[in-house]
Design a protein around this ligand. Structure first.
Ligand code: URP
Ligand code: ZN
Ligand code: ZN
Length: 460
């Protein structure tokens, strides 16, 4: 039976307007006035916004660490938390570690995720071992629906690759029809500064941001953009934290470089004063680190104007007790990353409510653009006929206080503790099935499907 969500405001990438949404067979069957047909089940959503399901284009679930531990969230708990927060699709970073083929990296991630996900899921592939056979495997990976890749300019000695590799990979990935995403921080300078700090006895978590100031990000972003410009390849810069780095990307776009910029809620809503919180500073150890508050206005403005493309979380969760707090006397050993997949949509809506950007600009950043840039549009990313019926019913008269006590994320803290959002999520539909309502899951079966992605498209 078809369902009609009637009386709400549809928020799409191209605008927000009064319209009913008819859902049939898991897809959007109609949007507008009078779409209901005899026999439809009509649900009154007046006073509510209907949003396309969020797409979080940057997660790390079930990520193995060099010491044999793993992130706190698995695909099961991470995608459950995503869904509860209005995210109906994640793109997780599968990783080819040193000595592995690309195929092995993909198989490892499918083994971790298949059959366990509560929302839909896709993979990027991070490449850490670039060699002749990896080059040969690339076209096959793209054909298998993994059309984006990642390389790291940081994490010297483990994930980092050099500029020659980035140059070659940009060309090869583009030739194969893929898009390269890059973590931009100068890993060599970070390693040198880290060694200096540790030698001077400056070892606590508050020195993590000192080891990797904004300059090391901005320098790496500039270098990447210069290399991309030489090759003519498109490039996607993950987790931009400093406004100066965003400016470099905006300038490069103006000069014709096909660059995309992603930022994250932690860089928009939190700042580096949190590193003065003693032991708790370890909770905020992520790379790039939180920045000075003076960066935030420019990052929000970049989103508002559409110069920044995507807000993703870089969800990479570690418990404070037993994981983050194990190396308080050596910041360089604290596992890097923050949880956030559950809070992204509401935190961005808080930005809308505070006038930092329009609702359609938010929808472009959290759903439309990640869908388009990562080859899922128009199947996902907008409430339009034929699209998957991934729908979030948001109540702008509600109230949510973000707290570890109420979260579904399987981690013992949230960096956004106590932040109040003037809205709440009433319901979340995944491909037409209402799976979450008023704070509760309506079933316990993981219904998420793997999404085979097409080539990257232009932002919406
Ligand atoms: O600190 C972070 N961001 N950890 C996750 C891995 C990465 O660099 O994206
Ligand atoms: Zn990264
Ligand atoms: Zn990441």
């Amino acid at each position: 039976m078809a369902v009609v969500l009637a009386g709400g405001i549809v928020a799409n990438p191209d605008g927000a307007y009064r319209a009913d949404v008819r859902i049939e067979g898991g897809v959007i069957a109609g949007v507008g006035a009078g779409v209901a047909q005899d026999g439809d089940c009509v649900s009154d959503v007046s006073g509510r916004y209907l949003l396309p399901g969020g797409i979080d284009a940057h997660t790390h679930f079930d990520l193995p660490m060099p010491d044999g531990t793993r992130t706190a969230d698995s695909f099961s708990t991470g995608t459950k938390a995503a869904l509860a927060g209005g995210t109906t699709c994640v793109i997780d970073y599968a990783t080819q570690f040193k000595g592995e083929s690309l195929r092995q990296g993909m198989e490892n991630w499918h083994r971790l995720a298949d059959g366990k996900c509560f929302c839909d899921y896709a993979f990027h592939l991070a490449i850490t071992d670039w060699n002749e056979s990896a080059r040969g495997e690339l076209p096959g990976v793209v054909l298998s629906g993994v059309t984006s890749f990642k390389m790291y300019m940081a994490y010297k000695g483990s994930l980092q690759v050099d500029d020659g590799v980035i140059y070659d990979a940009l060309r090869r990935v583009t030739d194969a029809g893929g898009l390269l995403c890059v973590h931009c921080e100068n890993g060599d300078v970070i390693a040198a500064r880290t060694a200096e700090l540790l030698q001077e006895g400056r070892t606590g978590p508050e020195y993590h941001p000192v080891s990797r100031p904004a300059e090391v990000e901005t320098e790496a972003v500039s270098r990447l953009l210069a290399i991309a410009s030489l090759t003519g390849a498109p490039v996607y810069v993950v987790h931009v934290s400093a406004y100066a780095s965003m400016v470099k990307i905006i300038e490069a776009k103006a000069e014709g470089v096909r660059a995309f910029a992603e930022t994250c809620p932690q860089y928009l809503c939190l700042d580096d004063s949190l590193y003065a919180s003693g032991r708790d500073a370890a909770k905020y150890v992520c790379s790039p680190p939180l920045r000075g508050r003076e960066n935030q206005g420019g990052l929000w403005a970049s989103l508002r104007s559409g110069l920044a493309d995507v807000v993703a979380t870089d969800h990479c969760s570690f418990d404070f007790a037993g994981q983050k707090d194990r190396c308080l006397d050596n910041f360089s050993m604290i596992p890097n990353g923050l949880p956030g997949v559950e809070s992204r949509l509401l935190l961005m809506y808080k930005g809308v409510a505070e006038g930092r950007m329009s609702l359609p600009a938010m929808i472009r950043a959290v759903s439309g653009n990640p869908a388009a840039i990562f080859g899922m549009y128009p199947r996902k990313g907008a409430l339009i006929p034929g699209a998957d019926a991934d729908v979030v019913v948001l109540n702008p008269s509600g109230r949510t206080v973000i707290s570890s006590g109420t979260q579904f994320q399987n981690v013992d803290y949230t960096p956004f503790e106590g932040i109040e959002v003037p809205a709440s999520i009433d319901s979340v539909y995944l491909r037409g099935a209402e799976l979450f309502r008023n704070g509760k899951f309506l079933g316990d079966k993981p219904m998420g499907r793997y999404v085979h992605r097409a080539e990257s498209g232009a932002p919406v």
